[in-house]
Design a protein around this ligand. Sequence first.
Ligand code: ADP
Ligand code: ZN
Length: 660
Amino acid sequence: MDSPNPTTRLSVLLPYPFDAAFTYEAALAVPPGTLVRVPLGKRMVVGAVWDEAPDESVKTKPVAEILDFPPLPAQLMQFIDWVANYTLARRGDVLALALKESLLGTPSARAKKFAFPAADPALPAPELSAPQASAVAALQEDVRAQKFAVTLLDGVTGSGKTEVYLEAVAQALRQGGQALVLLPEIALSVQFFQRFERRFGAPPAVWHSDLTPALRRETLRAVAAHKAQVVVGARSALFLPFADLRLIVVDEEHESAFKQEDGVMYHARDMAVLRARLAAAPCVLVSATPSLESVENAASGRYKKLDLPTRHGGASLPTVKAIDLRAHPPERGRFLSPVLVAALNETMARGEQGMLFLNRRGYAPLTLCRQCGHRLACPHCTAWLVEHRSHSRLICHHCGHSTGVPPKCPACEAEASFVPIGPGVERIAEEVAQSFPTARTLVMASDMIQGPKQAAAAAEAISERTVNLIIGTQMVAKGWHFPHLTLVGVVDADLGLGGGDLRAGERTVQMLHQVAGRAGRAEAPGTVLLQSFAPEHPVIAALLSGDLPEFLAQEAAQRRPGHWPPYGRLAALIVSATDEKLADATARALARSAPREPGTEILGPAPAPFALLRGRFRRRLLLKAARHVPVQKLMRDWLARTDIPKNVRVDVDIDPVSFM
Ligand code: ADP
Ligand code: ZN
């Protein structure tokens, strides 16, 4: 008997942990990208019609509703497939980065609160210096050409990189297209937003995880409908349904914050390049301290390179000096050398500002018992508890476990026997209060400055000179432009050099060079003092000479022979379980079934540096492969032929940047 309502089958990808699309039926053909509501078990869920052949053999259920939402662009669907394929994530999990059900409600009645005013590229641009103008011309030419191209914009701190790439954004706008700017710490980028608004007369659309659901919903629609022209966002902004994307800028491209470390483990810088290729648009990677990866890509001709070798407006780069802590130690129980104290006093006496940098939140990174040496550790992680004296708490920075300081030592029962070991920014603030009683101090760390409002207030207090001494973690390292800040003191320049991570040296140079770049950005020249026990270390030497290309050349010479990235590829497996024996057994099974193709090498299994994290025991294996090896296929086959018990999780991290 003929069915009274002939139906068509369609594939629907659901934003849940499934790799495959599901097959449904509808009374009429529904184009790919359309968002639909469909039954899944007893629930109704939203998914996207996917551009692939439906399964003709399975029993299907009908689509319940076609949503009133612009269809996902084909480009975005390709991107999702490609990211899943590259990272070995399930496609549904990648789709979830683009599509969360909560975002899809009907347009809010108050949507007019969420206007996306047009950015006006015709407002006056700054008068560009000759090197800036030629960089702008090259980038604008790429935007005009509407072709895929990657450019590394490498310019010293304060050279005007931001001004330059905003002119590339202006070009995309003039051509009626959209632009995406990725920033590593968007919630704190107040000064960027002020400049954007000054240039274009309107704020950009913003995309990050702290937006209210209503604002996210309106932004998503506005991007899809081309009502929002410029999006400034965190890494997940790559998954927005741009109607007409003409340019992607990745600012601070070297930042490891662009790597997502949980769920879908993707590197937003690398995926931005791919997204640009799918959009046939140029991609600009921006940094004063570019990654070795990008520098290599420029050297081999895969990327173009533009240089801005001098600071704007005649400002000179700061003078960097080391303070050898062996020769000039701090007083007992203190952390600032008399040399640094004297320099800070002189700076503040001149009416200028000083900054102390220490990349450690809290009061002290370790608390131990004076009687028996017992150290207070997190019960769920391989980590010490960090004292936060301002909150009277000991906190694990990995799982958030928090407790008061115990009245007695849990090991020897001695009373009031705990002593803090080493400094965090709170402890430096305490020392500053004693050493500089009249200083007007501001501490900037992520647990003290939360969100754009507080960041804006902090920036204003510094610009207006209500404060003259800033103490900060990595939050103060990048982007900021404070004209009166002339002295930067790095409390512990050796921090971050231990550990033996592949990129420890590179990352330390990048971060400290960025911090140093905050000093002397206007007329008054800047000075940077690095407190170190090993001023002869190549990392400190690179900071002193300022010769970053030479440092990267040394790094390259170390990594090339062993095929370490970027001269080879890495992929990590992280095995974790609440049962330690099970984690071990699975890691050993994976070692037995590991690929043995030529050009590959397996490292591990070994306990992860965080052998216990959030209550799970962790083991790591690492595949190292020559560049030509198809790593994804090897990893996929490896996992497919290994029996993974149900209670064990195996995370795949392609191109890992963290080895913890
Ligand atoms: P970078 O991003 O390279 O660190 P910025 O773009 O922040 O440099 O520029 C440093 C400072 O110089 C900013 O205050 C910026 O507004 C200013 N500046 C840069 N180029 C120009 C220019 N051509 N005209 C006016 N001001 C400029
Ligand atoms: Zn913990």
